[in-house]
Write a protein of this length. Structure first.
Length: 285
């Protein structure tokens, strides 16, 4: 089954998010439980969760994804930042569960002016403190583009985290096409080989969510700039260097079957996006 949707706004609560996703022809979607740049969060009782879940049931939307805010940096050496990251991750896991999602996507973190080993150990220590066994959502570490000192630019780096976490069965991976392309993986011509490397290091059973995005950069640029699917050089937001055909093949690969596939492609302006058209293309309509 093809489960495909996009990032949608939570400003109208879960009900508003589900309604927005439905207008795009989606059958899943992704939200942040509040602004991704800060810790301000509305109480759950204001998010119209029951109404949203009923709308989802009626309109066959399911298996939704929550994305953790960018401000969570589990690799930070600053104690205030580190403490906030752990506390806020625990809160976001609770809110993810209350919304009814099984997946909380997380950027692993950046070690800034420390070392890679320091950052990896900080991330693992934090996850060992926050993760609990039982019926809680999976934390899905996202594949990263490799800019600056961010961790997760390779499957090996993600494995380094998994190997240090006691409850590693509570972790999954979110595969972002822009990020893996920008970090240097050839997902255009050698996607099967990329998957084979992933399977050898991590295991395909850990692959839980896909972010489907074009890239404004050539492979290995390590910049993380999303493009609309198949956009040419005359597109207002720039050219896609991955291409529609490669992304279509990824979406229809057996590895993506029955997994949430989420678009995070650019909006032209505050009111215009291509989610409906991009979802229709990826469906083959």
């Amino acid at each position: 089954m093809l489960k495909i949707g996009s990032h949608v706004s939570i400003s109208g609560g879960l009900l508003g998010a589900a309604k927005e996703a439905h207008t795009y022809g989606a059958n899943t979607f992704m939200v942040y439980t509040g602004a991704p740049q800060n810790t301000k969060r509305r109480p759950m009782e204001q998010l119209k969760v029951k109404e949203g879940q009923q709308f989802m049931k009626t309109h066959e939307l399911s298996d939704i994804v929550v994305h953790a805010p960018y401000i969570i940096n589990l690799a930070s050496h600053k104690e205030d930042t580190y403490r906030l990251a752990k506390e806020f991750l625990a809160l976001e896991l609770e809110r993810t569960s209350l919304i009814g999602s099984s997946y909380l996507v997380l950027h692993p973190g950046s070690f800034t002016d420390q070392t890679y080993d320091y950052g990896i150990n900080r991330i693992a220590l934090a996850l060992n403190e926050v993760l609990t066994d039982g019926p809680t959502p999976l934390v899905c570490l996202e594949t990263m583009a490799g800019k600056g000192s961010e961790i997760g630019r390779s499957f090996k780096e993600l494995k380094d985290i998994l190997d240090r976490v006691e409850l590693s069965h509570k972790l999954g991976i979110c595969f972002d096409t822009c990020h893996t392309h920008d970090s240097g993986y050839d997902i255009i011509h050698h996607f099967d080989e990329v998957l084979q490397e992933f399977d050898t290091l991590i295991g395909l059973d850990k692959l839980k969510v896909f972010h489907i995005n074009g890239s404004l950069n050539t492979r290995g640029a390590k910049k993380d700039r999303h493009a609309n699917l198949g956009a040419n050089e005359n597109h207002p937001k720039g050219q896609d260097f991955i291409g529609k055909e490669a992304l279509y093949q990824i979406v229809h690969h057996p590895v993506a079957d029955n997994k949430p596939i989420i678009l995070e492609t650019p909006w032209l302006d505050a009111k215009t996006n291509f989610y409906k058209e991009e979802i229709a293309f990826l469906r083959g309509e």
